[in-house]
Design a protein around this ligand. Structure first.
Ligand SMILES: CC(C)(COP(=O)(O)OP(=O)(O)OC[C@H]1O[C@@H](n2cnc3c(N)ncnc32)[C@H](O)[C@@H]1OP(=O)(O)O)[C@@H](O)C(=O)NCCC(=O)NCCS
Length: 188
């Protein structure tokens, strides 16, 4: 019996039972193996759609959004990229929100993120992408870096992270944390 793939009947795909998009990537992988004599990297296993969308999102995330001078527009565009951002949030210019893990960054209501804050949810030797959660009313000082590590991190409610801090562990609610890596110096 013939199968329907991608809305149309395809004889070649019927033979192997695989949607057409995957077949194209199979051919590309085949030539990669032939030319370079090694296994293709992980992104050769992505769908065509993903290969097109990833650089577009990266360009918006790294070039367009951080240089947009209106906060509402920046937040709107971040939301369009897939980040979960609550109400009344400020995200300064020149921030970098990990574009590979747009679904792993959760920013709750009334959060303030100053200029030049960097978020990283993935990295070398980190098998799984992990979550960064910023709870209600928290504030991140300028040029801080947030690294989710193996287990993910949470910045507690109404907490303050100092300028230039390196956050690599959880920050409890209602505290001020500063330094590289962060240390709690006082309740807010
Ligand atoms: C974190 C912060 C709120 C702390 O302010 P504070 O409560 O008034 O704290 P203090 O200035 O009394 O400093 C307390 C101690 O923390 C240290 N400290 C303060 N901020 C620090 C920081 N960002 N990094 C490292 N240490 C810091 C101080 O040196 C001081 O140490 P000491 O007691 O050994 O002298 C403030 O320093 C800060 O970083 N604000 C963010 C500013 C910012 O990013 N603005 C955005 C503009 S868009």
């Amino acid at each position: 019996m013939r199968r329907k793939t991608g809305g149309r009947w395809k004889k070649s795909n019927f033979a192997v039972g695989i949607p057409p998009k995957k077949n194209l990537m199979r051919i590309i992988r085949f030539f990669y193996r032939k030319i370079y004599k090694k296994e293709p990297p992980y992104y050769y296993y992505y769908s065509i759609w993903k290969i097109i969308v990833i650089p577009i999102r990266k360009y918006f995330n790294v070039v367009i959004i951080p240089n947009t001078p209106f906060n509402n527009l920046r937040v709107f565009m971040y939301r369009c990229c897939g980040y979960k951002i609550g109400k009344n949030v400020f995200i300064g210019m020149k921030c970098y929100l990990d574009d590979m893990c747009y679904d792993k960054i959760i920013i709750e209501d009334n959060v303030g993120i100053s200029y030049g804050v960097y978020f990283a949810c993935h990295g070398q030797h980190q098998v799984q992408h992990t979550t960064i959660t910023i709870k209600k009313g928290a504030h991140i000082g300028m040029r801080a870096s947030l690294i989710s590590g193996k287990h993910g991190i949470t910045i507690g409610e109404n907490s303050m992270v100092g300028a230039g801090a390196l956050v690599n562990k959880d920050v409890p609610d209602y505290v001020t944390a500063v330094g590289v890596p962060i240390k709690i110096i006082a309740p807010v």
